[in-house]
Design a protein around this ligand. Structure first.
Ligand code: GAP
Length: 456
């Protein structure tokens, strides 16, 4: 079947990619656009374009498959963004979900105090101009909204500040309507909103973003075991998707870093041009959430073990990551400007894992002026399009077309050439090593499906 064997491409230790390169690529090729751009945009809010939405959907689907579909003890829900306002009193967000701010008296810049270098915090000095900083002030991140139509009779509530609260609200219903028994988990992917004081670095810190959460309910005596299990599981999950494995680490939180709901926490961190930054949090939430919601709602959320009849409030292991941050980190991890050995233009390539690449294959007739080539290429394209995201391209020379696909991370290009007309074989060119193999037309679909689908 093959004339040339594909070779494994070693991951080169390339420099960290500036965020601006990704911003520019995302806009130019239709991954991400600034929201309301024609009105000047809104800081910390973005829209996803045609390729962005494919990448995002693939990331989400892969997470759902690995967390919900393939774990017998996990089910999924989809809760709403707006909830009863008491939820956020019970959760502690109204009181505790605050950032501590300081402003520079001289240059007027605003900073999160915990983001300032140690030295600036101690000396109360602006990191930009050296000016004096104001006294720290508390700033709540919850976004307010109102339910109702009659002025004066509207109920103030919040757009959810963390998506996971719906899981605690639906916990009892899930328990009663499914056959779950502790230990078990509930997953959800959904939007969250925060009035971030310093949104920035593109998708890294936004005001509207998406989270994926697992809340895993356990008997207190098994908390350590499950905390370790999910920490490891989630770390390996991210590791499996990236090229630069040495840029991933687990870091325990210091006591003064812990969120109000956590007794212990680890961050899965990824190193980019921004330094080591949180990608996902693994939180030991203990009985904080179910105890608080029991207390504030008056509903008993304790669990009775069906065998021992022991009654207790389950403890919770949370794994909470960002879909947008995953999107950004995967692009930063995949982006490379590879020098051309022949000294021509560098090749920009997105080495995205084929499972999550937005376009899986491009079908390219070698020449546009040969109707037989176009006909065969279009017929193959139509066949592939039904089972994977495919593109057809007959504009410009073949080298340019390969480059266009490399830049958006398409793992395979299929070229229909003159030999195809003789023996019904085509070349499949692989993105990373640029190696080519020759296969029969009938073998293209099964070959690609095996390479681009995680559950093949
Ligand atoms: N339920 C726990 C929770 O919300 P978190 O550490 O505040 O914990 C979890 O958030 C994840 O959500 C983070 O690891 C990050 O990936 C993502 N995230 C948090 N704030 C974000 C923001 N402003 N913009 C983009 N992603 C954010």
């Amino acid at each position: 079947m093959t004339q040339t064997e594909e070779k494994e491409v070693a991951v080169r230790d390339i420099p960290l990619v500036p965020i601006e390169k990704i911003v520019s690529l995302c806009k130019r090729r239709g991954f991400v656009y600034p929201n309301s751009e024609i009105y000047g945009g809104v800081s910390g809010i973005y829209d996803f374009g045609p390729l962005g939405v494919e990448l995002r959907n693939n990331i989400r689907r892969y997470w759902w498959w690995s967390m919900v579909q393939t774990n017998d003890n996990i089910v999924g829900i989809e809760g709403n963004i707006i909830t009863h306002p008491r939820v956020w009193e019970a959760s502690g967000h109204v009181e505790n979900f605050v950032d501590i701010l300081v402003d520079c008296k001289q240059c007027k810049r605003r900073f999160r105090r915990d983001h300032l270098p140690e030295e600036n915090q101690q000396q109360n000095k602006c990191p930009e101009c050296g000016g004096e900083l104001t006294e720290p002030r508390r700033f709540n991140l919850m976004m307010e909204t109102y339910i109702g139509v009659v002025e004066g009779d509207k109920m103030k509530t919040y757009l959810r500040g963390e998506a996971c609260q719906n899981i605690y609200l639906d916990y009892d219903n899930v328990l009663k309507s499914s056959r779950m028994q502790i230990p078990f988990g509930i997953c959800q992917i959904g939007k969250a909103f925060r009035n971030e004081v310093t949104p920035g670095n593109f998708l890294f810190r936004q005001r509207e973003f998406e989270q994926w959460d697992l809340q895993f309910f356990v008997h207190p005596s098994e908390m350590t075991k499950w905390f370790e299990y999910w920490k490891e599981f989630r770390f390996e999950w991210y590791k499996g998707l990236i090229n630069h494995k040495d840029r991933l680490r687990l870091r325990p939180h210091a006591p003064d870093e812990l969120a109000h709901y956590a007794k212990q926490a680890f961050d899965i961190e990824y190193r980019t041009i921004l330094g080591w930054q949180e990608w996902e949090g693994i939180h030991w939430r203990q009985d904080w959430d179910l105890s608080r919601h029991s207390e504030y709602s008056g509903q008993d959320l304790s669990y009775t073990d069906p065998e021992t009849k022991e009654r207790y409030i389950p403890w919770i292991v949370e794994t909470s990551g960002g879909v947008d941050r995953t999107f950004l980190n995967l692009l930063l991890d995949a982006y490379e400007e590879e020098p051309d050995p022949s000294g021509k233009e560098a090749r920009t390539v997105l080495r995205l894992h084929p499972w999550i690449a937005p376009v899986k294959v491009a079908v390219l007739p070698l020449q546009k002026n040969k109707p037989e080539l176009l006909e065969t290429a279009k017929s193959l394209y139509k066949q592939l399009q039904r089972v994977m995201v495919a593109q057809y391209d007959d504009i410009a020379n073949i080298g340019r077309r390969y480059r266009r696909q490399d830049e958006i991370g398409t793992p395979f290009c299929v070229t229909i050439d003159f030999q195809t007309l003789d023996d019904q074989t085509v070349t499949i060119r692989e993105r990373d090593g640029m190696t080519q193999i020759r296969v029969h037309l009938n073998e293209v679909k099964p070959y690609l499906l095996e390479r681009v689908t995680w559950n093949y």
